[in-house]
Write a protein that binds this ligand. Sequence first.
Ligand SMILES: [Zn+2]
Length: 125
Amino acid sequence: MGGKCPHRKVKKRRLSNKSARRIKFLVKGDDVVYDELLKAAEEAAKGTETKALPLNDDLPGMGQFYCLHCDRFFATNTVREEHVRSKLHKKRVKQMNGPAPHTQLDADLAGGMEMPDNGPKLMTS
Ligand SMILES: [Zn+2]
């Protein structure tokens, strides 16, 4: 007797379209966001006004409501404020205020790849 196992009727729950697409949008690495936050902090320290976000038809809310920490756009300011109060965002802020996130260099070092060592220069004139 072959056939399917009768207990596996329940399909694996798949991500809703929104979550599935969100992964696609979250392309920025932690280190990139970290760098941008540093830059933003520097600019704030200099006293320069944070420049207005460029209008973008493709983004929710024309790209006007942005969370720098999470690299996400929101449709309205209300949604953005809601997001800022969310657990996900707070976790993210904590992460970004902590030690610098891993970079490719860290990964390479951890993987046993040492800093490129091309040896002493042979042609020194
Ligand atoms: Zn956020």
